[in-house]
Design a protein around this ligand. Structure first.
Ligand SMILES: [Zn+2]
Length: 384
């Protein structure tokens, strides 16, 4: 049966403290009515799809309490839509459309990066090449180690990974003839744990933005999954940093990994409390996640104290600073609700703070992915 989702916009713009003082308007944009059969008599009536009322977009003041998160976004809300209509609304325009798609596209980008890494970065059980280059003295051979060394130095990650791929066969052949028995590369799980953490965060966020409008219970469950996703991203971001930096120092490695994992578990428990999602606790939520993220400064400073003269350490720290700056900007935008607080109603569909926050999260996560590649190349070359 054809969808009869009604995305008709019947807008009553409020005047008063929102600063939007335009008279009542009824907006029937074709874009906002996508998917609806209006009076064509060819499908079930839209009224039947949404619990006795139309699946129409409504204004903030008509929302039930559980959907009131941001009074500066005045309009284009979905409220208590059936699951099917909420799912289909990914392809229509409302105030969550861009929030859904920014992180859904981000999820697929990270899925592609994971596949890329799995196919282009040598597996940990492949031959070790450091003994090969050292023992043969063939400095002119552009084997993996040499490629990765230059890649670490100039940060040209993508170019290096392509070069890496093209050189695998050269070195593998030489290794068979010249190298000592193959050794293990450094473990890959911290790098892939991070990629999984990033994908989980992006997917949960996207699902939350798409389906939380369904019901109070759905909103409660999905928001918890969203918070768990953010926590998972932060925790797993520590894994490559700590594991590879302190590869040769099991005490600090265990200390930092244990600390961040325990902090993440505590954050998930705290986020299960119903009070956690109250709008007035926006700063507390932002603060909790920001503190977890900021604690990453400790192992980073520790890394620079120990390995400050190493280009790999400097390069990874640069990526981590870029990630931190993106996340920090995201947290500030999220908590201050800029720019919509300056012009309520103006950014309902595009340009509001949460969309900016999403883009900054993806940018930060990508910077950390680049750092992860450098860590792998560093420890593959050096081991412990
Ligand atoms: Zn979000």
């Amino acid at each position: 049966m054809a969808s009869t989702v009604t995305l008709e916009k019947t807008t009553t713009v409020q005047s008063g403290d929102t600063g939007v003082g335009s008279p009542k308007t009824v907006l029937r944009s074709p874009l906002l009515m996508k998917g609806r059969k209006v009076g064509d008599g060819g499908g079930e009536d839209a009224t039947d799809n949404c619990c006795g009322h139309r699946c129409e977009l409504i204004s903030y003041d008509k929302l039930p309490e559980f959907l009131k998160h941001n009074e500066f976004i005045v309009d284009y809300y979905r409220s208590e839509w059936p699951v099917k209509e909420a799912l289909l609304s990914a392809f229509s325009i409302h105030n969550e459309t861009i929030n859904v798609w920014t992180h859904l596209i981000g999820f697929f980008v990270f899925l592609a990066l994971t596949v890329c890494a799995a196919t282009m970065v040598p597996m940990e059980y492949e031959v070790s090449h450091t003994p090969l280059v050292a023992s043969t003295g063939l400095d002119n051979i552009t084997g993996n180690a040499m490629v990765l060394r230059s890649y670490s130095a100039d940060g040209a990650a993508v170019v290096a990974m392509k070069a890496l791929r093209s050189n695998v066969s050269v070195e593998t052949g030489l290794a068979a003839a010249l190298s000592p028995p193959a050794g293990l590369r450094v473990a890959r799980w911290p790098f892939y744990a991070y990629l999984c953490g990033a994908m989980f965060c992006l997917l949960m966020s996207s699902a939350c933005h798409l389906l939380a409008c369904h019901s109070e219970h759905a909103s409660y469950v999905l928001l918890r999954l969203d918070y768990a996703g953010i926590t998972g991203l932060i925790v797993t971001s520590f894994y490559p940093l700590v594991y590879y930096t302190f590869l040769c120092d099991p005490l600090f490695q265990a200390l930092y990994l244990g600390f961040i994992t325990a902090s993440g578990a505590a954050a998930v428990v705290v986020s299960l409390l119903p009070v956690f999602e109250r709008p007035e606790l926006r700063w507390a939520r932002a603060g909790l996640f920001a503190c977890m993220g900021m604690s990453g400064l400790v192992p980073i400073v520790h890394k620079m104290l120990v390995f400050g003269d190493r280009p790999e350490a400097v390069l990874t720290t640069g990526y981590e600073m870029a990630m931190g700056a993106a996340y920090l900007a995201g947290v500030v935008v999220y908590a201050t609700r800029v720019p919509e607080r300056w012009m309520p109603g103006r950014f309902d569909l595009a340009g509001h703070s949460h969309q900016l926050f999403h883009v900054l999260v993806i940018a930060g996560a990508y910077a950390h992915y680049l750092a992860g590649l450098v860590y792998l190349s560093w420890r593959d070359m050096e081991g412990c």
